[in-house]
Design a protein around this ligand. Structure first.
Ligand SMILES: Cc1cc2nc3c(=O)[nH]c(=O)nc-3n(C[C@H](O)[C@H](O)[C@H](O)COP(=O)(O)OP(=O)(O)OC[C@H]3O[C@@H](n4cnc5c(N)ncnc54)[C@H](O)[C@@H]3O)c2cc1C
Length: 290
């Protein structure tokens, strides 16, 4: 298949990009890594009249970190998350999860901003952003705004981004040193999108009692799903089998997955519990109080 005809623009600044978006509005599509958009164009599931390529726009790629957070430019390739020593050391959940995205060739082109803006309900990065309690930075005709992950993902392939806005950067807050992490997923074949995935972060004190925890799931509905009950069940407590099962039960009860040709809704619900429990267990085992 070939895409329907479109006009192509390759702006070099964010200002030019915003001006083009303001002019063309929802007749335009931004092109990042192209790993989701190009197949959609080729199947003519997307037929934009204008394609605005972000690849030459200055200042959209790269990592910046301080003691508080990691800021990832929207055009940073997914592969960088997996390989960057700073990410591996201080944001190991991000590095671990990135390695589950498709295959190396896809991660080498695919961008962090593209994955979040595309908002595939089975994607890894949206759940990881939710687990970290992160946010996205967005630039539009009215200036900049920052949206918490919880407010950004609205439903299947739909975010709070306006057609005139560009996602410019993503912010992952740093969790305390010694925090344990785990990303687990079940997919039909290695490299496939997850049927269900779980991203967990868990901090322990010197008595191995939980001081902070988050677990978020992917593949269980239109948006990534935060298991909100986890802190009430685990914080201040030892992470034992009974409490892990209580969080798993909360996950199973809370998710609202749909069935499709890859997995039934019941199987996805079952996986939600299993992966929640296992991810928290692994995160607790990796946590070391400092
Ligand atoms: C075979 C295959 C397997 C894959 N497996 C997985 C997987 O297991 N897990 C997973 O998460 N993904 C997977 N992907 C998708 C991959 O991660 C894509 O890279 C990602 O979904 C989109 O990122 P992109 O940079 O390629 O964006 P593009 O495809 O260029 O764009 C995707 C959408 O986001 C919009 N967009 C992109 N950047 C911005 C921005 N900065 N601001 C506003 N809007 C923007 C575009 O307009 C478009 O609508 C797979 C892809 C393929 C081809």
């Amino acid at each position: 298949m070939k895409p329907a005809p479109f006009a192509y623009a390759a702006p070099e600044t964010l200002e030019e990009t915003l001006a083009l978006l303001a002019e063309y509005g929802d007749e335009a599509k931004l092109l990042a890594g192209g790993q989701s958009l190009v197949p959609l164009l080729n199947f003519r599931l997307a037929r934009p009249r204008y394609l605005i390529d972000l690849n030459r726009v200055a200042g959209l790629a790269g990592l910046a970190a301080d003691d508080v957070a990691l800021t990832v430019g929207a055009m940073t390739r997914q592969r960088r998350l997996e390989r960057d020593p700073l990410v591996q050391q201080h944001y190991p959940l991000l590095a671990e999860a990135a390695a589950f995205i498709g295959h190396p060739a896809i991660r080498t082109r695919g961008t962090v901003g593209g994955s979040l803006a595309h908002a595939d309900p089975a994607a890894e990065l949206p759940a990881v952003l939710l687990a970290y309690g992160g946010s996205v930075r967005v630039q539009g005709p009215q200036g900049e705004r920052e949206l918490a992950a919880e407010d950004f993902f609205l439903t299947y392939f739909t975010t709070a981004l306006e057609p005139t806005e560009v996602l410019t950067a993503v912010r992952f807050p740093r969790w305390p040193a010694g925090t344990g992490w785990s990303f687990l997923e079940v997919s039909r074949r290695h490299g496939d999108f997850a049927l269900v995935g779980a991203a967990a972060l868990l901090t322990l004190d010197a008595d191995r009692r939980c001081t902070r925890v988050a677990v978020a799931l992917t593949g269980v509905g239109g948006t990534p799903y935060l298991v909100r009950e986890a802190p009430a069940i685990l914080v201040g407590q030892e992470v034992d089998a009974t409490r892990l099962e209580a969080v798993a039960e909360a996950a199973r009860a809370g998710v609202d997955p749909e069935g499709d040709l890859h997995a039934s809704a019941a199987f996805r619900r079952h996986l939600s519990g299993v992966l929640t429990r296992r991810a928290l267990q692994q995160a607790a085992a990796r946590a070391h109080p400092v």
